[in-house]
Write a protein that binds this ligand. Structure first.
Ligand code: ITT
Length: 183
């Protein structure tokens, strides 16, 4: 079976390919569209998947991820992409200066459309904390400031750790286990 992953983010595509390459043929559908404004990542993923399906008329999935920081009342959440472009990791660390509760969660929703209007959702999350300073050069986005629960390294310091524990990995595993990819 051949499926498309619609995303504007090459790093996300690389990580998905790493996991799915032995299981299914995944093709990149470069996809820039105006994302729905919502506080619900599932709704955003659903809307994007339907738009992607309209574009390619082939089995396609999208994936929306959000970093949710407890002490910032869930910010950046569904504004993660915008916040990363505007203030980046430096800006997040500044907002967290002197904050003791550093708990944060990465959430991912995969939305898969095989045929018209039929959307399947798969979830993955990874709990952790926001580091005091950015560390590491691997991965992308917020990886240098995210430490998964029970670990000491950030995702950017250990890509092996990320590939094993990440929100994306868990959502892809659900996707794969669902049989959606086997017909
Ligand atoms: P598409 O929507 O086109 O797929 P995007 O980069 O906008 O690409 P998201 O909305 O899912 O992707 O991501 C929101 C932000 O969170 C964005 O700035 C990413 O860099 C960041 N992000 C997503 N997954 C991440 C991960 O695994 N590690 C670190 N940062 C991540």
């Amino acid at each position: 079976m051949e499926i498309f992953f619609a995303t504007s983010n090459k790093d996300k595509f690389k990580e998905a390919l790493h996991f799915l390459k032995d299981k299914v043929t995944v093709k990149h559908l470069p996809f820039d569209y105006v994302e729905l404004r919502s506080e619900n990542i599932e709704e955003i993923a659903r809307d994007a998947a339907l738009a992607a399906y309209k574009r390619c008329r082939e089995p396609v999935f999208v994936e929306d991820s959000a970093l949710i920081i407890d002490a910032l009342k869930g910010f950046p959440g569904t504004y993660s992409s915008w916040a990363f472009r505007k203030i980046g990791n430096e800006g997040i660390l500044k907002l967290m200066e002197g904050v003791r509760d550093r708990k944060a969660t990465f959430e991912t929703r995969i939305a898969f459309v095989r045929r018209k209007e039929e959307v399947h959702i798969f979830r993955g999350s990874c709990e952790g904390t926001i580091a005091i300073e950015a560390r590491g050069t691997e991965g992308f986005g917020y990886d240098p400031i995210f430490i998964p629960a029970g670990e000491h390294q950030t995702f950017a310091e250990s890509i092996e750790l990320k590939n094993k524990l990440s929100h994306r990995y868990k959502a892809l595993l659900e996707f794969y286990k669902s049989q959606s990819l086997r017909l």
